[in-house]
Design a protein around this ligand. Structure first.
Ligand code: F6P
Length: 341
């Protein structure tokens, strides 16, 4: 059997660990051979390939990013994109495709399955917002990086008696903010799921200053004030209709400074959260996803995504995984609210 592999969307620590597991088990246990498609869906559309065998996956387990490259190309927005993919797969003699990606990449995988292409999905995103899996790989690494940043920012905030606003990624789901905020002992955590009241945030900040502590406010990039809107870096949309968010942290730090008279600073963690080597947890999760994905492809079990349920790796329908986003439930947010102020 010949299997194509691609990685799409924003990069994420653990992508290479999946690729390695897919190829190692695919070659050594099942006797398959592989072709790598470069740069997400752009690869099969434009016939951009690279060799993918045991040699190519040696020594990549701990490496961040993706050896295959990535892009946010949407074949359904490219003229003749789907036909081009089918043509490339036929030319390359590919029997199955393993697509590693988030909501957008796997949404395409679902549509392609309906259009007769054999695809198995693997859930990746630092945002942890894919449905039907308890966790996506990359999330643990992002939380780890954000928590370390909060710990470091706390000492400078305390020294200068400043409020520090830490803006983390998370367009529609506040999982990174919630987990890093809880782990880092933030005084306020703001998520896209619950518009915030600026007066209340300022009240919590003041309470913290009264107790001689410097407040740390963790805010997801997609969080917005009640009655307000998301803060955008640019209104321009990508091929999946996403605008580029960013700036809510600076906006909030300015509001806090103006209303409290205290110094405030904002730090935007941005792509640092997606960079570098994956944590041990993400290496193991990504490896187990890869092993299950190549088994699914071997069995011709297409239209599925591998998923974590408890401690088991299972298969779920791509449709189940992509129909809605997994956002932070109000009861999980309420756990964090206990520590506000
Ligand atoms: O892939 C998820 C994500 O990290 C989001 O949290 C963030 O909004 C987005 O990617 C940033 O995308 P880009 O790297 O294309 O600017």
């Amino acid at each position: 059997m010949r299997i194509g592999v691609l990685t799409g969307g924003g990069d994420c620590p653990g992508l290479n660990a999946v690729i390695r597991a897919v190829v190692r088990k695919g070659v050594e246990v099942h006797g398959h051979d592989f072709v790598g498609f470069r740069n997400g869906w752009k690869g099969p559309i434009e016939g951009l390939t690279r060799p993918l065998g045991l040699d190519e996956v040696e020594d990549i387990l701990t490496r961040g990013g993706t050896i295959l490259g990535s892009s946010r190309t949407n074949p359904y927005k490219v003229d003749g994109g789907v036909e081009a993919i089918k043509r490339t797969l036929a030319q390359e003699g590919v029997d199955a495709l393993i697509a590693i990606g988030g909501e957008d990449t796997l949404g395409v995988a679902k549509k392609l399955t309906d259009d007769g292409v054999g695809v198995v999905g693997v859930p990746k995103t630092i945002d942890n917002d894919l449905n039907a899996t308890d966790y996506t790989f990359g999330f643990d690494t992002a939380v780890h990086i954000a928590t370390e940043a909060i710990d470091r920012l706390r000492t400078t905030a305390e020294s200068h008696h400043r409020a520090l606003v830490v803006e983390v990624m998370g367009r529609h789901a506040g999982w990174i903010a919630l987990h890093s905020g809880l782990a880092g002992g933030a005084n306020v955590i703001l998520v896209p799921e619950k518009p915030f009241n600026v007066d209340q945030v300022v009240g919590w900040v003041e309470r913290r200053f009264e107790r001689e502590y410097a407040p740390i406010i963790v805010v997801a990039e997609g969080a917005m004030p009640e009655g307000g809107a998301e803060v955008l870096q640019t209104g321009e949309k990508d091929a999946f209709g996403h605008v580029r968010l960013g700036g809510v942290g600076t906006w909030l730090a300015d509001e806090i400074a103006a209303r409290t008279g205290k110094e405030s600073r904002a730090v935007v963690l941005g792509h640092v959260q997606r960079g570098g080597t994956p944590t041990a947890y993400d290496r193991v999760l990504a490896t187990r996803f890869g092993l299950q994905a190549v088994d699914a492809a071997t069995e011709g079990d297409f239209g599925v995504m591998v998923a974590l349920r408890g401690t088991d790796i299972v298969r779920v329908k791509l449709s189940e995984a992509t129909e809605t986003l997994k956002t932070v439930p109000s009861e999980r947010y309420a756990e964090a609210e206990v520590f506000f102020g």
